[in-house]
Ligand binder design. Structure first.
Ligand code: HXC
Length: 258
């Protein structure tokens, strides 16, 4: 499919989706978000994709929801059209792992989009923030909930109330990102991680994602039970037999997603 606001590059089992509204620092308008969701759905159902990367430009992953598009909207507009609700639901239905590769600004909806991915690899130039308070509003794509789970109440409050930005080192220190790499290596490192994930059993990767995400939705006891059941169900797969046999035979496993 032809897209106007994103670029999709699929190779080596990895789909890289690049947000591409350079004139607006990749501000997230409805068209971009809908294209992103369609690309995710295509990747999720494609035999040629086993891991997904979402990235932006050197200057901005995304500088937030598109303020020009939002400015004239009323409460009634947002409420009756379920503003961006359908898009976040579509995004969150993606089963395959998604890596956010973030350089430059990831602000407001941009920070929230990165946090909706499964993990974040940051360039040393990355800057994260929830500056919506400067616009007289608050985060609306999950920032108050997800950032708090990532970095804790104190830092999350600081970010949401002052609108200050966090640099890559602080983001790594506080658990928002999994690793920081030099900006010139960002896509290379993200691709390496994605290719590594793509070589695993897809069933196990989807189950791991599912189980980790459950940690945010339930009690510890229920989460542990969920993990236990998923772990046990892995033993109904050929990939479990292959993975363990390959280990014992001291060879690389050849997973077949069965
Ligand atoms: C629309 C944006 C934009 C945005 C930048 N631009 N961010 N357009 N929406 N979120 C546009 C600018 O208007 C400008 O267009 C061009 O991108 C370059 O931006 P500059 O401001 O000139 O660049 P710079 O001086 O380098 O400053 C970068 C910046 C700043 C610090 C990132 O642009 C900024 O503060 N942007 C807004 C960040 C923000 O408040 N995000 C939260 C949005 S609310 P022109 O045409 O003038 O060149 C949100 C809520 C989500 O995300 C909830 C949804 C449900």
């Amino acid at each position: 499919m032809a897209y106007e606001n994103i670029i999709v590059d699929t190779r080596d089992d990895v789909a890289t989706i690049t947000l591409n509204r350079p004139d607006a620092l990749n501000a997230l308008n409805g068209d971009l978000l809908r294209e992103l969701c369609t690309a995710l759905e295509e990747a999720d159902t494609s035999d040629k994709v086993r891991c997904i990367i979402i990235t932006g430009s050197e200057k901005a992953f995304a500088a937030g929801a598109d303020i020009a598009e939002m400015a004239d909207k009323t409460f009634v507009d947002l409420y009756t059209t379920r503003f961006f609700e359908n898009e976040t639901d579509r995004f969150n239905r993606t089963r395959k792992p998604i890596i956010a590769a973030v350089a430059g600004y990831a602000l407001g909806g941009g920070c929230e989009l990165a946090m909706m991915c499964d993990f974040i690899i940051a360039a040393d130039t990355a800057k994260f923030g929830q500056p919506e308070i400067n616009l007289g509003v608050i985060a609306g794509l999950g920032g108050t909930q997800r950032l708090t789970r990532f970095v804790g109440k104190s830092k999350s409050m600081d970010m949401h109330l002052t609108g200050r930005f966090m640099d890559a080192a602080e983001a790594e220190r506080s658990g928002l990102v999994s690793r920081v790499v030099p900006a010139k290596d960002l896509l290379g490192e993200a691709r390496k991680a994605a290719v590594k994930i793509a070589a695993k059993s897809q069933i196990a990767a989807i189950a791991a994602k599912d189980a980790v995400n459950r940690a945010f939705e339930t009690t510890l006891a229920e989460g542990l039970q969920y993990e236990r059941r998923l772990f046990q169900s892995m033993f109904a797969t050929d990939d479990q037999t292959e993975g363990m046999t390959a280990f014992l035979e001291k060879r690389e496993a050849q997973f077949r997603d069965r």
